[in-house]
Design a protein around this ligand. Structure first.
Ligand code: KDG
Ligand code: MG
Length: 408
């Protein structure tokens, strides 16, 4: 069996999805996702210029050897651009492998460990009242877990995942349009003064059953993060996400010594080596890696197994920037993983998105049901894809009030 060609498509409804399609001499094709939010043209060109010419003629069943060839062969290892490109190839090869086996992908990992996977949505409000309304909106749809982000009184801009318009009834989608980043202004003191009380009021309003998650979006220093985690302990959060930027991983020891709040980190990681210290030293409870830019299924499965050794559970990243292809790959891993925790699920469930990526995967009452169709169980409509092209975008940049650049 041989790979005969591959094509990269960039574009989609409201997002620049980077979709890879690998063709074989047996008529079977595989689909991969290399969407690197707001840097989408880079993995696309890595794929077109360096990877695809090297794939032609290779046996697609040898996904491990192809992964090693790409990773070790690049010489300069890791990094989100390369790992997103390798990941797309890897997802597509697993899709081909499962199609050849005539099985849904999760069967190749060891079958299903659960009937459905717990997911969480994003609730946001420019103030607490609006946030409580938005949480109610998700609870009424059967969601058992919600990430809650609240505007802070007198904070110059909302930021860190709070919508700036007042359409609180739809999922959080930050406006990344335009190549020049929007500037957000952050004030740690106002946040630390307001948010613990807001979280306590949310807990009081919704009672003990609702799983409440909160994302600090890398904004605190280790000491501030430890103080914040201590102060929100009575709320019984499901997790506190990205309390500090994870470059300084030892800093989390300080937080751990002061609080038992479950910690989730890793949505910006792209390699097992980014996770190793945090997992092996029990500094986190959930690993937030994504198959999209962490080398695909082959690499992420290794991370899941390492995490399992240390009681760390999965909480894969699932912001709307991931296409339904990598979300399907994660759904198959979620169906299998013995140490599954939760899945963030914010794919644009619009008519246009479903037309571009038809599938039978289902979300109902806050649970994700993986489809039993063979392979990834997602297709890609090339005709639909002709409607879309690349639109430039950029993540916001954060500054403190005195102008100092801070972490987005
Ligand atoms: O590209 C950045 C987004 O994916 C990120 O801001 C979303 O923090 C995020 C989350 O938890 O989904
Ligand atoms: Mg996050």
């Amino acid at each position: 069996m041989k790979i005969t060609g591959a094509k990269v498509f960039v574009g989609g409804p409201g997002k620049n999805y980077v979709t890879l399609k690998i063709y074989t001499d047996q008529g079977i094709y595989g689909l991969g996702d290399a969407t690197l939010n707001n840097r989408e043209t880079l993995p696309a060109s890595y794929l077109r210029d360096y990877i695809i010419p090297n794939l032609i003629g290779k046996d697609p069943r040898n996904s491990e050897d192809i992964w090693q060839f790409l990773y070790r062969g690049a010489y300069f290892r890791r990094g989100p651009i390369a790992m997103a490109a390798f990941g797309a190839v890897d997802i597509a090869l697993w899709d081909i492998k499962a199609k050849l086996a005539n099985m849904p992908l999760y069967q190749l990992f060891g079958g299903k460990s659960r009937d459905s996977a717990l997911v969480y949505a994003h609730a946001t409000g420019s103030d607490l009242e609006q946030l409580i309304d938005n949480i109610t909106f998700y609870k009424d749809q059967g969601y058992k877990a919600v990430r809650v982000q609240c505007g802070i009184p007198d904070m110059p801009t909302a930021g860190y995942g709070v919508r700036e318009d007042d359409d609180s009834k739809s999922d959080f989608i930050t406006d990344f349009s335009g190549i020049k980043p929007k500037i957000e202004i952050w004030d740690t003191e106002r946040y630390m003064r307001y948010m613990p009380d807001a979280l306590a009021r949310i807990r009081e309003h919704f009672g003990p059953e609702l799983k409440i998650l909160h994302d600090v979006h890398h904004r605190l220093t280790p000491r501030e993060a430890a103080a914040f985690a201590k102060s929100v302990e009575p709320v019984s959060l499901f997790w506190l996400e990205d309390p500090t930027p994870a470059e300084d991983q030892n800093a989390l020891q300080f937080l751990r010594q002061h609080s038992t709040v479950p910690i989730a980190i890793g949505e910006v990681f792209n390699s097992i080596y980014d996770c190793q210290h945090l997992i092996e030293n029990n500094l986190i409870d959930y690993i937030r890696i994504a198959v999209t830019y962490a080398g695909g299924i082959t690499h992420v499965k290794r991370i899941v197994d390492l995490a399992g050794l240390h009681n760390v559970r999965t909480g894969f990243h699932g912001a709307p920037s991931h296409s339904p292809i990598s979300m399907a790959a994660q759904a198959h891993l979620n169906a299998w993983a013995p140490n599954f925790g939760i899945q963030e699920y914010l794919v644009l469930g619009t008519k246009e998105c479903d037309a571009l990526f038809p599938s039978q995967h289902k979300l109902a009452s806050g649970l994700f049901y993986v489809s039993d169709d063979i392979g990834l169980g997602v297709d890609f409509d090339e005709k639909e894809a002709e409607k879309y092209s690349y639109v430039a975008g950029s993540h916001p940049v954060v500054r403190l009030e005195d102008g100092t650049v801070w972490n987005y």
